[in-house]
Design a protein around this ligand. Structure first.
Ligand code: G6P
Length: 467
């Protein structure tokens, strides 16, 4: 039944724009998140009523749903905790994340057993909850933008319920090539693709991921895809950095305070500063980044005492052992480098693990060299943010496997992320680069990084969908 009222624009994503925490006195604190999607959606506020459908992620969110507390324009789904856990951790962040970033240790994993089938059923139920909420909240002919690998089945499910809607889906991760995608059981590989093909338009950050997706459709679905009962257009929209927001935010006093604290940790004023900022998870390749830094100190001893690496590795998805173990390995290796090379007045690696956006911006401003070396990455906004915020110019060492490489490859020092020796060489070249060349490149990088800022990125998708 199509309702006569409802939103004309809907967004669906696992993580929403707001989260809640229960205070000691039992009250609820709301925290608005940042990020491209949040600032992108602000472009369409007042657009005949927009609705953002998201999941309740933790106890605070679930309590808010139970008490009926919420923000206008946001509908948080109180999905049953076990179902949420199996869908989010058991399928999305282990299996789908691992497939698209090609992270499996193939001789031992993946194993698709009865337990996995149970988790897959939860993924279906979780996607159904989103499709139901969207079907319920959408005005006739509304535009719906579904985000990411958590919600691959939603477009197909929603299409069945509401054929009148314009449906878009955007994938923020890479897309695996067919040989790797076909590690998934056949029925599940087909279900994921059919789910996405329920959309009118599907989007990716680069041509490379878009082409991998269509190759998977051809390979897995064969004739069925070629007949194309529903023609789904595949688009490329490369999300850019939000220059206005970043420049204003990075000039605030809390960032200046963090800069002073970081300068103290770096020590002598003329030391070079290498910066990396990541959520700590295996695709970010933090361990090989540390190995390359250790190799730099070994092969070019002149850098000892003359460089400090600021590594901010914010914990992510710690319910999963594989992410926790990776975080532990990052800590272990940072300690080992400090023990082998550190002296009384010099700590070669300064590792911070607690999330602090102001401190990340402070490091962006101070960086002489930025290291962004993911194994694979849908885009990687850190690579785009640093040149925008940099005070004096910063050389960017960038993995060719990051989506950002398509936009920034010309002015970055490009590395093969598995090649530790070549990464050490790139760090040496970046540290040795004359200041004026760093500054020139940073200017060009900043221009390329801001070509499609979040609001325009969002509107481009919306216009294509409504077109
Ligand atoms: C990636 C995904 C996003 C996700 C983010 C943080 O960028 O593409 O969908 O929100 O990681 O991960 P989390 O699991 O904490 O939401």
């Amino acid at each position: 039944m199509v309702e006569s009222s409802g939103a004309s624009l809907l967004v669906a994503s696992n993580r929403g724009p707001v989260s809640y925490a229960v205070r000691d006195d039992g009250g609820l604190d709301a925290r608005r998140g940042g990020g491209g999607l949040v600032s992108g959606l602000s472009a369409v506020k007042g657009d005949g009523g927009a609705l953002w459908v998201c999941a309740a992620l933790g106890d605070g969110d679930r309590e808010a749903v139970r008490r009926g507390v919420g923000e206008p324009g946001v509908r948080m789904l109180g999905i049953e905790p076990d179902v949420f856990h199996d869908a989010y951790n058991g399928v999305a962040n282990s299996v789908l994340w691992f497939v698209h970033h090609m992270l499996y240790d193939i001789p031992v994993s993946p194993v698709f057993d009865a337990g996995f089938r149970r988790r897959w059923a939860a993924y279906e139920a979780y996607n159904r909850a989103f499709a139901d909420a969207l079907a319920d909240g959408a005005a006739p002919g509304a535009a719906v933008l579904v985000q990411d690998y958590h919600l691959c089945l939603v477009p197909g499910m929603l299409r069945e319920r509401r054929p009148d809607l314009r449906i878009g889906h955007f994938t923020h991760t890479p897309w695996a090539p067919p040989e790797y995608f076909r590690l998934l059981p056949d029925d599940i590989a087909a279900a994921l693709l059919r789910g996405l093909l329920g959309a009118d338009r599907v989007g990716f950050h680069t041509r490379r991921w878009a082409e991998a997706f269509t190759a998977c459709c051809r390979d897995v679905l064969g004739e069925e895809y070629a007949r194309g009962e529903r023609a789904t257009r595949v688009d490329v929209h490369a999300l850019g950095a939000d220059a206005g927001f970043l420049r204003e935010r990075s000039r605030r006093p809390d960032v200046a305070e963090r800069m002073a604290a970081l300068r103290t940790q770096v020590g002598e004023a003329d030391r070079e500063v290498v910066v990396r900022v990541d959520r700590t998870e295996p695709s970010k390749n933090i361990v090989r980044g540390l190995l390359a830094y250790r190799r730099l100190l070994e092969r070019w001893p002149e850098w000892r005492g003359r460089v400090v690496k600021l590594a901010f590795a914010y914990p992510s998805r710690q319910d999963l052992a594989v992410y926790r173990d990776y975080t532990a390995e990052v800590r272990r290796l940072a300690d080992e480098i400090n023990e082998s090379y550190g002296t009384d007045g010099w700590q070669p690696v300064v590792l911070h693990v607690e999330d602090d956006f102001a401190r990340s911006l402070a490091a962006y401003r101070l960086a002489d060299v930025a290291l962004v070396n993911p194994l694979r990455d849908g885009m990687n906004l850190v690579a785009k943010e640093i040149p925008v915020v940099s005070d004096d110019g910063c050389a960017l060492v960038l993995s060719r496997e990051a989506g950002a490489y398509a936009d920034l490859g010309e002015d970055a020092l490009v590395v093969h992320p598995y090649d530790v020796e070549a990464t050490a060489e790139a760090l040496h070249a970046a540290l040795s680069m004359p200041r004026d060349e760093r500054a020139r490149r940073t200017k060009r990088l900043a221009a390329a990084a801001t070509a499609l800022p979040p609001q325009e990125w969002f509107l481009a998708q919306l216009n294509a969908l409504r077109g």
